[in-house]
Every structure is written in C-alpha cells, then in structure tokens.
Design a protein around this ligand. Structure first.
Ligand SMILES: NC(=O)c1ccc[n+]([C@@H]2O[C@H](COP(=O)([O-])OP(=O)(O)OC[C@H]3O[C@@H](n4cnc5c(N)ncnc54)[C@H](O)[C@@H]3O)[C@@H](O)[C@H]2O)c1
Length: 253
C-alpha cells in the first residue's frame, strides 16, 4: 500500500485468531495501527496478536467486548476512539458457526448465530457511524461468507446470518456514501481456521472442497488479508455496496 494508510487506524473484531488475526496483521503490514477486539476468554491470544503488531512497529490497543451485546459494544467503541484517537476502518469479522440441521436446530442456536454474525455487525457499525460521519471518512468491511450466497447442509442459520450481513451492507452503503464512508463485504470460501475445520471433518470432505475450487487448494487466513486491506484503504475509494468472493473460485460471478 502507499503512504495513504500512514496514521490510519482499524478496528478488527474477533481478531485473536483465524481470519481476524490475519487481517489485523495484514493491516499492520500495510501501515495501519490496530484496535483489537475479542471476547474475554480469548485475552491471552489477543495479547499475543497485540505483541505481534507492536513488533511490526505499529500501535495496537485491546478492547474486549461481546459484539452481540449493545452495552459492551458502545463501551468498546468509546474506549477504542479514546485510546487510538480515531477509527478510520472497521472489519466486522467476529463470527460463530454451530452446525445443525433445520429440523434439529434449537431456537437458542439460531439466536446465538444470528446475534453474533448479523446483530454484532449492525451494533458495531451503528456505534461507529457518528464518529465516521463527523470525520466524513470511513471504511466498513463486513466478513460475510460464500455460505450466505449458496450455503451447505447443517448451516441454514449460518447462511441466513451471512445473507443478512450482505443485505445490511448494500443498504448501509447507500445511507452513508454521501459522508465519504464505504461499506463492503468479503465472502470467504473454505479457510483453514478453527471454524473452517467444521467443513473439513475427513479427507473425503477436504478432497471434495479442493475439487470444486478453481485454484485447487483450501484457503489460508492470510488469503483474506489482502482483499481486506484493499477494502479498508483508499485503493478502494470508488467501491461500495459490494460482496467480494475470496474463495479460490468455488463461487464464480
Ligand atoms: N473459516 C472459514 O472457512 C470461513 C468462511 C467464510 C466466512 N468466515 C467468517 O470469517 C470470520 C472469522 O472466522 P474464522 O474462520 O477466523 O473463525 P474463528 O472461530 O477461528 O475466529 C472467530 C473469532 O471471533 C471471535 N468471536 C466469536 N464470538 C464473538 C463475539 N460475540 N464477540 C467478539 N468476538 C467473537 C472468536 O473468539 C474468534 O476469535 C467469521 O465471521 C466467519 O463466519 C469463515
């Protein structure tokens, strides 16, 4: 990235591991300072990511919060702005997947997945918007999924949550565009993380996914970092309301 990212600050939710961690490190490599979020029980791992970012010569701040709880999100955003000075970009990455069939799905499982994936994205975005509007600048990057476009058995509620994120983002882009704020989604495919392994239960399953991927391999968390840096920076200034597949060519559009 060019010097336009110098002094920029990004908040990445769920950044103690997996895709969120890779995006945070990618943003740091591109020149961003970071505000790192995750739930309390990930504190040790989040502290390690903070150290990795500081070792790259960037500033890093930790703010714990459950993104599905409004009071915690409000406090997180206040704390983040106070610590870092301002927030230029947010990556709504925190997410959960609980595999279950539609017939067996419990109401609590539906609520938990929709609360973190869809409501969490809304709550964090809503809390940041006054700050971004006042500065007439913002980059909102929401991590959806190709699962929200197509989906797989046992993931109907997950698919619904990610389709919700994409619909939310398309309307958000229209509401905030006049204020210099862009909003886009990334739709990862099968990425090897704690969550991604849900889709990779045995060798046959792995072979199946590789077989339907044009690039003939599984994705790594770092594969999502480059597109996230692009959408969080000025390189994407005229891109908004889009949902970009980062899936090695499983879904083609
Ligand atoms: N791995 C994949 O194959 C894949 C594919 C498509 C989309 N995604 C999406 O990418 C994002 C990251 O997934 P991942 O694969 O890195 O999963 P992961 O489980 O490895 O990481 C998710 C992170 O989110 C955090 N988190 C969970 N609930 C939270 C909450 N309420 N508040 C704050 N943080 C919370 C977790 O503690 C964890 O650090 C998710 O939104 C996921 O749906 C993943």
């Amino acid at each position: 990235m060019d010097g336009s990212t110098k002094g920029r600050v990004a908040l990445v939710t769920g950044s103690s591991r997996g895709i969120g961690r890779a995006i945070a490190l990618g943003l740091a490599d591109a020149g961003f300072d970071l505000v790192l979020n995750d739930i309390d029980r990930q504190a040790v791992f989040l502290a390690a990511v903070k150290a990795e970012i500081e070792a790259r010569g960037r500033r890093a701040f930790v703010v714990h919060a459950d993104v599905s709880r409004k009071a915690e999100v409000t406090a997180m955003v206040t704390e983040a702005i106070a610590a870092a000075g301002h927030i230029d970009a947010v990556v709504n990455n925190a997410g959960i997947l609980i595999a279950n069939s539609v017939e067996d799905l419990e109401e609590e499982q539906w609520d938990a997945v929709l609360d973190v994936n869809a409501k969490g994205t809304f709550l964090v975005t809503q809390a940041l918007l006054p700050h971004m509007r006042a500065r007439r600048y913002g980059r909102i990057v929401n991590i959806a999924s190709i699962g929200g476009k197509h989906g797989a058995p046992l993931q109907a509620h997950y698919s619904a949550s990610k389709a919700a994120v994409m619909g939310f983002t398309r309307v958000l882009a229209q509401e905030v565009g006049a204020n210099g704020i862009t909003a886009n989604c990334l739709c990862p495919g099968i990425i090897v993380t704690d969550m991604g392994r849900t889709n990779l239960s045995d060798k046959a399953n792995v072979a199946k996914w590789v077989d339907i991927t044009a690039l003939r391999r599984l994705g790594q968390p770092e594969d999502v970092a480059g597109p996230a840096v692009f959408l969080a920076s000025d390189a994407s200034a005229f891109v908004t309301g889009q949902s970009l597949n980062v899936c090695g060519g499983i879904v083609l559009s």
